[in-house]
Design a protein around this ligand. Sequence first.
Ligand SMILES: *Cc1c(COP(=O)(O)O)cnc(C)c1O
Length: 396
Amino acid sequence: MEDKDIRTRAVHVVNRPLPNGSWPLSVPLVQSSAFAFDSASELAEAMASPDGQYVYSRRGNPTVRALEHTLADLEGGASAIAFASGMGAISGVLLALLRPGDHVIALRCLYGGTCAALTDLADRYGVDVTYISGDEVAEFEAAAGPRTRLLLLETIANPTGQVPDLPGLLAAARRRGVVSAVDNSLASPVLCRPIELGADIVLHSTTKYLAGHSDVLGGAAIFADDGLRQEIWPRTVELGASADPFAAWLTLRGIPTLPLRMRAHCANAEVLSVRLAAHPAVTAVHWPWLPAHPSYATARKALSGGGGLLSFELAGGREAGRVFVEGVRVARLALSLGGVETLVTHPASTSHRELGEEALAAAGIGAGLVRMSVGIEDPDDLWGDIEQALSKLVLA
Ligand SMILES: *Cc1c(COP(=O)(O)O)cnc(C)c1O
């Protein structure tokens, strides 16, 4: 399937012949924690070889393996490990790769959970972390030293829509022998394949676009070179954040429509970004494929679409943000992103409500900032919903 378009591969990659000659069209769900053997020596042999026969589902399971093959194929990697969540994948890779005294260079505006994990590694495990904006390769060069082990990036930052200089940074990391990992959850392999740009590891919260239906938690790490997976795998098995077969099955159930969904997410986000930017209640819109966005030039090069996540700032500040997210009728007020339904959040009255104006500004979040994960509904219905919610602000 390697020569086929991603729309073809997303649908067909998971079909694998079974020994009896015919095969089910959908991947069978093997909901079993363990596998039985007739011979003790065969079991012993399987235990010694990670890619041998299945033994115990924390180490490997046929349904989970099918998801791993699918993700490796879609990202253009050699192999993959599926996890119980995106944070399982990120923590698993960090803990497996890093030792006390190692140095990490990371993007300043990483996903909150990733930032917390890095802070913990710095505070409790003696790992040094330097944060960079991601706009200039020179920043990486200035920060890198003999102890630098890992460069950690995201394709599209949340909620700013910033896109770092991936090709430049990944090439610089390779030159210095620094392992690079890119969290590609917001772009998905449809919009960006970081391994093709030089990444060693791609990380995913498959909870988001890959599964796409807000019904399952999952994560993955995909490896450009299988040697790195073999090095990391035993430690991730120790950590135990392995994907459950049913979660893997639900994720596989979502993937064939990923290219179609991404096209709809991007098209809808573009329509809404343009209309929001022209609305008098809105002072700024952040979506990487809007020409006014600071990352526009980078984003046009690195991504084949602007993605489904946008954010905008309301002139009315904190109170306007709260009234807006409580006023939508089609979109729903919820955390998470990447599902078929449109979701909104207002950090200043939810996740960041403890922060005052100054601390909010330091975190790069305006008091009136609303984040929207644009779904695949009809864009005019979504715009109608946004307009009626915005009209409440003008009246308020
Ligand atoms: C949601 C998210 C995660 C965490 O994934 P979970 O599946 O919730 O553990 C990591 N990175 C990014 C960019 C995310 O959006």
